[in-house]
Write a protein that binds this ligand. Structure first.
Ligand SMILES: Nc1ncnc2c1ncn2[C@@H]1O[C@H](COP(=O)(O)OP(=O)(O)OP(=O)(O)O)[C@@H](O)[C@H]1O
Length: 247
């Protein structure tokens, strides 16, 4: 099986800070791939390099064997790469359902083309299916800003799925979420992985969540890959325990 995502030797510095230093890894189709590491270890910078948000100074990123290095987030989205951010991206004054529709239109075209696009172009059915899958039907017509933070996080994740992505990069999906809802997010991601064959790259500090959810985990320390393996291998890695998990 050939990799869905191939990251080869990417580096990015900010002045004297080498935020990402020669990071390489592959994500296979259908894989849930975790990225962990202490604060400031370069996880988000690596993520943003993959996602076209920042240009890596070195290295190559390929999706399904094609070079995508330097492509814009919009172009990547069209090629099947979705993302969520550390901070919520929902529009608080719009209904949950409208947030999903806007996310899909974002994927389909420019603001101008959206303004003149006829109706919802069949996106309503897709939004309703996701609302059902995310079990947020009871709040679908409420303003997103009125929902609990955890529920807004679910809306945020659902928005990333409106473009039928092959690969979704999730930046700290559990941050700030009530522990009672963390298990729900994990169950949901496993279900999306199974039913939609979507692959995920997940940055997360919640170790129980990562260990339970991910097939393989990359450990970053000071911009470099310290370890890469299954949750069992990462838990048993002495170097990782000393540098990170043991803290
Ligand atoms: N825009 C920027 N300008 C200057 N330095 C930056 C910038 N973004 C990140 N850095 C620095 O690069 C290093 C890596 O940061 P990054 O945010 O990628 O780490 P992280 O592992 O995602 O951290 P966290 O877990 O806290 O989100 C840090 O030293 C950070 O201070």
């Amino acid at each position: 099986m050939s990799p869905l995502l191939q990251v080869t030797g990417i580096s990015k510095s900010y002045g004297a800070i080498q935020a990402v230093d020669g990071v390489s890894f592959e994500v296979m189709p259908g894989e849930i791939f975790g990225v962990i590491g202490p604060n400031g270890s370069g996880k988000t910078t690596m993520f943003n390099s993959v996602l076209g948000q920042i240009a890596p100074e070195q290295g190559r990123i390929a999706l399904k064997g094609r070079d995508i290095t330097g492509l814009s987030p919009v172009e990547l989205n069209r090629r099947g790469v979705g993302r969520t951010f550390q901070t919520l991206q929902v529009f608080g004054k719009m209904s949950v359902r409208d947030n999903l529709l806007v996310a899909a239109q974002e994927h389909r075209g420019t603001l101008l083309s959206r303004m003149f696009a006829p109706g919802d172009s069949g996106l309503g059915a897709k939004a309703d299916a996701l609302i059902a899958q995310f079990r947020i039907g009871d709040v679908a017509h409420r303003k997103a800003g009125e929902l609990s933070y955890g529920q807004q996080k679910l809306v945020d994740i659902a928005m990333a799925f409106m473009s039928d992505p092959d690969l979704v990069l999730l930046d700290e999906p559990c941050a700030g979420v009530n522990p009672a809802l963390v298990g729900g997010i994990s169950t949901l991601l496993k279900e999306l992985n199974r039913t939609r064959r979507a692959s995920f790259v997940v940055i997360e500090h919640n170790m129980d969540f990562v260990m339970d959810l991910c097939h393989r985990i990359l450990v970053m320390v000071e911009g470099r890959v310290m370890a890469l393996g299954t949750p069992g291998e990462i838990r048993a890695n002495k170097q990782v325990l000393d540098a990170y998990l043991g803290n």
